[in-house]
Design a protein around this ligand. Sequence first.
Ligand SMILES: [Ca+2]
Ligand SMILES: [Ca+2]
Length: 337
Amino acid sequence: MASQDDTEAPQAPTNLVADAVSSSQINLSWTASSDNVAVSGYKIWRCQGTTCTPSTQIATSSSNFYVDSGLSANTNYTYAVSAYDAAGNNSNKSNVATATTKTNGWLISADFEKGTLDQRAWGVSGFGWAGTNTLYSNELVNTGSKSAKMQWVKGTTGIEQTNGEITFSSNLTEGDEIWIRLYYYFKSPWSWSCSPVVKILRAQVKNSNGSHLGYLSVMSDSRGQILLSNELINEVNTEFPSGYYFDIDKWQCIEMYIKFSTTNPIFRIWKDGILIKEDTLHRTLTNSSDISNFLTLHYWNGGVTQDQIEFVDDLVLTTERPSKKDAQGNSMIGPVD
Ligand SMILES: [Ca+2]
Ligand SMILES: [Ca+2]
């Protein structure tokens, strides 16, 4: 059939959904239209606001998916889509869908090349490195010529010795996400024995009054097994074994992701870019007014049985959704390229 003979417009697209994935991007998806001949594509219509009519065409898409990027942060956008065929027949517009881009996120990264361990060296307000036995070193590096060398002293606690702390620049709350990646090197002879376990990465959850509620952590047990720990479960510290272990005498990439939520929580741990533990069953906030605004990189409570040395390098900590994906399609910072 010649296309000019086609006077029948496609059916209107349905089920348009707008998903704000970052401070500058909204993803659109919808149910494909049908046509008596064939749908050629879709027109994307947009306006700024929640009650406006999307009457400006911003793009076309050949599939039932569109990525709208370059948007303003913390801004409402309303969309509709319509289908067209080769003869130029246009369908009615779909339902409208509104999304609000996320507030500007933040990203801290450190390759430990700058030579001092105060927060100014990191270029980030709110970073503190309290450890007295932590220094820059060129002995072992994952990238560049320096890493941070953390010296565990027998009988001490990590809070005094090597604890690195970050205070978030803004509170994270219901629906907010955070990713943190750090490379670790544990140098033999190495022991995981301390009281009671080693905390590798941890975020603190508080209530709206600022009172401590519990930690969400990557830990090691006494054998070096990687644990996911959620202290918000029935107010008891619950540890989930991963079946994976930390390496000795080898750089390894550890990443933690938390979606803070009472109803749709996600907590993931990756090792060397491989998802090794995921928990979507247990809340990561006790109630929706809780906040999380503090994260520590590393410490133990006491009872270290020997002097030993650890190195860390290539930190990334961000609330902006990273572009890399793991094998399951989850967004992640991932290993250094
Ligand atoms: Ca048609
Ligand atoms: Ca480095």
